[in-house]
Write a protein that binds this ligand. Structure first.
Ligand code: P1T
Length: 389
């Protein structure tokens, strides 16, 4: 299909066809893995658009084309990890910039900002779900960038992207949205007013827990050029093989996301009615504090659930050690179900006091619901509750 024809397709078709033209040389329906570090030039400086794989690679270019299409963006840049994408964004800002960042973000993001880039920039953590707080902090600190994760990791707090970006625009502040939890299938922040979208491709976009990768999508050429120059100069480009694996994984993004959310909805309701559960956080539940916003800005509720067990750290540890089908591991967004303890695992780099203020307590458990048979998953949870009772 021609690029112009792919543009008009539904997202469920674009995940398959964007960047998916047959190989011009052989007609191969699957993209070749251009596993090469360099490209032969016919005379110095004369080449076919590719000079060196750190700078460009045809397999990666196809993935970037697909990602740009899914996020309705002009440009996409694929990086070696979600965190390296974050690093590139930080380097676009002049030294001494102020960044207003959501207070509940992935622990690695918090670590990057508070132990690496705190030497260069100023970070102020705020509750981005509170619009009055956002406006007053923007007025007070005049930041260069507003950094939002929505839904947040691990508390699944939801920020109203349209409202927050319209406040930011009033003060000429750019907004970045980390869209990892929703994937481009369920949420498109650029169309809601954001300037940059970031993904850890390690999660839903690849979906098979066999690649680490990141991506940035945006519409502004000047910022894209800066990001590309930084990537080329610093070096966190993704390998051709990993880009190929993501191109393979992304083809099923639409059906995977539908399956994740169908299972997650049932599990969230099961947990909500369970006597050993104190509280469940899932954007699809009516009890979620921002359920109304979720329904408006997302086209699905995703596969992540956070719940509070009735009991202490000992009980939580026992639950996590005894469960069978859910694997005890960091990460999320793969076809298999994962379970983890944010306070000990993914968010351990956040100081205990800050964690407690946010509500990341010792009885908080995070589920990444996979696409297995949902009755098997519920039985697994039920059995584990019985064991720890
Ligand atoms: O792991 P990496 O590909 O570098 O992506 C970092 C990252 C960025 N943003 C969000 C919202 C994330 O959740 C992550 C990584 N998160 C985990 C590994 C985790 O288990 O939560």
């Amino acid at each position: 299909m021609k690029k112009s024809e792919v543009k008009d397709l539904d997202k469920a078709s674009r995940v398959i066809h964007a960047g998916g033209h047959p190989d011009p040389e052989t007609g191969a329906i699957m993209p070749p893995i251009y596993q090469t570090s360099t490209y032969v030039q016919s005379s110095p400086g004369v080449h076919k658009g590719y000079e060196y794989t750190r700078s460009h690679n045809p397999t990666r270019t196809r993935l970037e084309e697909c990602l740009a299409s899914l996020e309705e963006a002009k440009y996409a840049l694929v990086t070696s990890s979600g965190l390296s994408a974050e690093m590139l964004v930080m380097h676009t800002l002049p030294a001494g910039s102020t960044i207003l960042c959501g207070d509940d973000v992935y622990g690695g993001t918090y670590r990057l900002f508070t132990t690496v880039f705190n030497e260069i920039h100023n970070f102020i953590f705020i509750n981005t779900t509170d619009l009055e707080e956002v406006e007053s902090k923007i007025k007070e600190h005049r930041p260069s960038l507003l950094w939002i994760e929505t839904p947040t990791n691990p508390l699944l707090k939801i920020t109203d992207i349209m409202k927050v970006t319209s406040i930011a625009k009033k003060y000429k502040v750019k907004t970045l949205v980390d869209n990892t939890f929703m994937s481009p299938y369920f949420q498109n922040p650029l169309s809601l007013g954001a300037d940059i979208v970031l993904h850890s491709m390690t999660k839903y976009i690849n979906g098979h827990s066999d690649v680490v990768g990141g991506a940035l999508m945006l519409n502004e050429k000047k910022v894209y050029d800066k990001l590309w120059t930084l990537q080329n100069s610093i070096g966190p480009s993704q390998s051709p093989f990993d880009s190929w694996l993501v191109l393979r994984g992304i083809k099923t993004l639409a059906i995977r996301m539908e399956a994740h959310q169908k299972n997650a909805m049932k599990i969230a309701k099961f947990l909500e009615s369970h006597p050993m559960v104190e509280k469940v956080l899932y954007p699809g539940l009516k009890s979620h504090p921002q359920h109304r916003i979720a329904k408006i800005q997302m086209s699905g509720f995703g596969g992540m659930i956070t719940f509070f067990l009735k009991g202490d750290i000992k009980k939580s540890k026992k639950f996590l050690s005894k469960i069978q089908i859910f694997s005890l591991a960091e990460s999320l967004g793969g076809v298999e179900s994962l379970i983890e303890h944010p306070a000990i695992m993914t968010h351990a780099s956040i100081p205990k006091k800050t964690r407690e203020t946010l509500g990341i307590t010792d009885n908080l458990i995070r589920l990444s619901v996979g696409i297995e048979n949902v009755d098997d998953l519920i039985r697994d949870l039920e059995n584990t509750f019985k064991i720890i009772r």
